[in-house]
Design a protein around this ligand. Structure first.
Ligand SMILES: NC(=O)c1ccc[n+]([C@@H]2O[C@H](COP(=O)([O-])OP(=O)(O)OC[C@H]3O[C@@H](n4cnc5c(N)ncnc54)[C@H](OP(=O)(O)O)[C@@H]3O)[C@@H](O)[C@H]2O)c1
Length: 276
């Protein structure tokens, strides 16, 4: 089975390609710009995949507040282009969405039927992107909402914490944002097998359990054998252009949704990869 992976240079794209070996056809941003409908169609027609993992997206949450047009093209229009191209060749499509579609006012895990209410423009584009793909190709699209993704490479929270710990004895990390840290190495295999396991539609799949950012940082530092102290801070101390939900833990209300290991197991697995 051939699997086409868009955004092949990103965290989830790379993790999927590691898993796929020679079954995977990965296209990085420079090889396929998913905002170009004709290029998407041509790439899909050439690869003739049975499955497309659409891992390309605009993921600069703060940057989306200023370049709204760019974020819309990459997260909304591109989802429609990829879904239409997938439909044209009969490929199944797995596309990614985010916990940032929620407003964060709940205090127990968000499930698929919960009301959405993005606080950021990024969240808005991801929500519109979900709908664009599902509207274009409802019978062949799996939308996976995930959260707080990290991998051995790339720009992510664990790597930032480790970098800061190299020069500081104490770190201040927000404890009023609670979410579901998700190791790309755990998520990617599940994304690839999902269409064989459950009907199309929207699913919540993220590292199990709930983590305030501070606890996530502490787990990363402990796994790296660092003794750096972590003090709790509030989000107000670190103002950002885009507002993040205070609570965005994800869980599935659908009994057949596959479940990822607890988030701490993901941290340990990723940290083993760092030192390998
Ligand atoms: N990271 C998270 O915490 C998180 C949380 C929830 C959901 N998600 C979703 O999961 C998916 C993958 O995330 P990730 O963590 O793997 O992100 P990532 O590491 O930022 O990867 C995204 C990739 O998409 C590429 N890209 C951006 N615009 C593109 C375009 N127009 N055409 C082709 N490629 C383009 C980027 O390339 P360049 O870097 O060269 O632009 C990058 O390689 C996204 O849909 C994201 O919204 C992520």
């Amino acid at each position: 089975m051939t699997v086409l992976v868009t955004g092949a240079g990103g965290q989830i794209g790379r993790a999927a390609l590691r898993e796929l070996g020679d079954r995977g056809v990965g296209l990085r941003h420079a090889e396929l710009d998913v905002t170009d409908a004709a290029a998407v169609r041509a790439a899909v027609e050439e690869a003739r995949p049975e499955l497309i993992l659409h891992a390309a997206a605009w993921t600069d949450v703060d940057g989306a507040e200023t370049d709204r047009e760019g974020a819309t093209r990459a997260n909304v229009d591109a989802n429609r282009h990829v879904a239409e191209a997938a439909k044209a060749v009969g490929a199944r499509l797995v596309t990614l969405s985010t916990d940032f579609v929620f407003d964060g006012t709940k205090r127990e895990p968000y499930v698929e039927s919960d009301a959405v209410g993005p606080l950021s423009f990024y969240g808005e584009t991801k929500l519109l992107g979900e709908r664009a793909a599902l509207d274009a190709y409802p019978e062949g699209t799996w939308v996976v909402r995930t959260a707080w993704v990290y991998d051995e490479e790339g720009s992510n929270f664990p790597r930032l914490i480790l970098r800061l710990a190299e020069t500081r004895d104490t770190l201040r990390v927000v404890e009023d944002q609670v979410g579901s840290p998700t190791y790309a190495g755990h998520l990617a295999p599940l994304l690839l097998s999902l269409p064989d396991q459950v009907p199309p539609g929207n699913r919540h799949i993220a590292g199990s359990g709930a983590a305030p950012r501070r606890e996530w940082a502490e787990a990363v530092l402990a796994a790296a054998g660092r003794t750096t102290a972590v003090e709790g801070a509030t989000s107000d101390e670190f103002p950002t252009p885009a507002q993040r939900p205070a609570y965005s833990v994800l869980a599935s209300e659908l009994a057949d949704t596959p479940v990822l290991p607890p988030w701490r197991v993901g941290v340990a697995a990723c940290m083993a990869g760092f030192s390998a």
